[in-house]
Design a protein. Sequence first.
Lengths: 354, 304
Amino acid sequence: MKAGTSLTVMPVRESFLSAGRLRKIGLTITVFLAPFVLYGLFLLCYEVNPIELYWSMLKSTFGSLFGFGEVLLKATPILLTGLAAALPARAGLINVGGEGQLIIGALFATFAAVFFLDSAPSWVGIPLMLVFGALGGAVWAGIVAVLKTAGRMNETISSLLLNYVATHTVSYFVHGILKDPAAFNWPYSPQISWQLRLPTITGTRLHIGFILAILLAAVVWFILSWTKLGFNIRVLGGNKLAAQRTGFRINWMYVWVLLAAGALAGIAGMIEITGIEGRLRSTTGVNYGYLGFLAAWMAWNHPLRLLFTSFLLGMIAVAGNTLEIGSGLPASSVQILMALVLFFLMGIARRLRS
Amino acid sequence: MIITDILTGALRSGTSVMLASQGELISERAGVINLGMEGSMLAGALGGFAVTVWTGNPWLGTLSGGLCGLIISLIHSFLVLSCGANQLATGLTIMFFGIGVTSFFGRSFVSEQIVGFNPVPIPILSDIPFIGDVLFNHDPLTYLSILLVPVLWYVLFRTRLGVIIRAAGEKEDVLFASGINPLLVRYCAVLAGGFLAGVGGTQLSVAYTHSWVENMTAGRGVVAVALVIFASWRPAMAMVGSYLFGAAQALQLTVQQQGWPISTFFLFMVPYLLTLAALLIVERRKRSSMPEALGNVFSADAGG
């Protein structure tokens, strides 16, 4: 099943069953199995039966509607932050700031929900929260854009550093003016009112945010692949010099692409608040930004392939919960599994592409 | 008094970043960006701490902390140099991996106590008012790290070895033509960098905080990478930048002790904001000093 998802990721270039293609398939299967074997050995050291564990992981993700919903739930923010990395990447920018953009989006959305939209009806409140979330992410990415265009600062480093600033900014708010007066010393915001929560699908915790995420992925794909704007973005990413000679307003494009990316990540933050948590904590959405970047990398920055890679990472993340409950290993051990999967993928990426 | 505190703290808390940034500098001079420094530092912090707990000997801890950092950077160098993986994506995964691995293996060390390294005042010199406190009353790793900077400068810019390292980052074909394998040079540089980052992590856990906390480096590895750019790939400037970061960290403690009405969360941000500001100031004149091979990393599409 894991191999199947990855094959769809590969572009079709040759006849279906050529020798080269078969070799690639073999390589892909090996690479997808290897980390699980390695991780199995690791589990054996802790006296956990890996086969049983993998089986229960599979059951927890595909065995029930609830489990499957959980996978989609985890995949949703990864997909959105993945788009926030993939879109700038097509313009030649490396945005590693999804983490900060997400949480600032969550901050803006919560702020609006708590202070302005408390009694607003759903059809006004939720779209407005979305706007605020997108705005928050865009503001945070806007800092990167200004540093990039006006200060000529490398966006990789600045976006990474701003992630730490973002975390402390949110801590400041949840310890300060956004702190829930009813919670004695716990640093989190008050619960947002019930009509601002996203409707969920019966029998799961899955909310309609994931449909929005898929729609946004489709929109980004459409713009990139089928419009003049998307063509221009790809030209800029492919050959900056050519874009310059053609007379593109490069800095202008950088700013807009980064703002759009930030808005996408900010929406992920808003969805986390209104769809799942209901309140802002300083740990809201931790790691989703990095996972999104890695999902985008795995998808070679293609929005539709990103659907599969974010699903895959979402699956491993949910399986990690099983791991925690079923075997008593801490949640961090799933980070090890995820990193192993990525290491093997990175090891062969170059060979698969050529 | 406050100024003495901040400056002393700048050295004490900046040393970990400084060691990591010198390591990153070696690696980048040879043409490899290692965003996984965060992972190496964490591994070093835990490895060094664990061995110090087991043996009671902080020097053994330092050595094994360095080795842990080296092992983590081995993953990076293998994937990047032998498999041609994207440097930024790999580095980020390593960071992720480092956080996961150390919080997994570090659980049992969270409440451990150690003696570790403690400040050793240098006789006579430490009696000088002001300067004595700031410069000559530190843990052994801090002294060693200060000595490292001129040594590294000398090696990089005055020896044949330094020429070889820099050639790997600038003109690898020339190096190849002169009969030296640039790949090997890069491997060594990245591993050396990982070792230093590991020692930096050890300084943090064994000499500075005397404890292990999950994800205790809190972005110091990322800051180290940023400081190398700030320093235009020069060891002395990287040292200055690191102490600046350290001073901002020390400021937090001082402000808390003095009870000044500044939000702690704002103070937490200051080191990162300061790093950003420092980068912004030097950004305009640094392009020419960037090792050529690094240019390819930043301009290649992120998916490569």
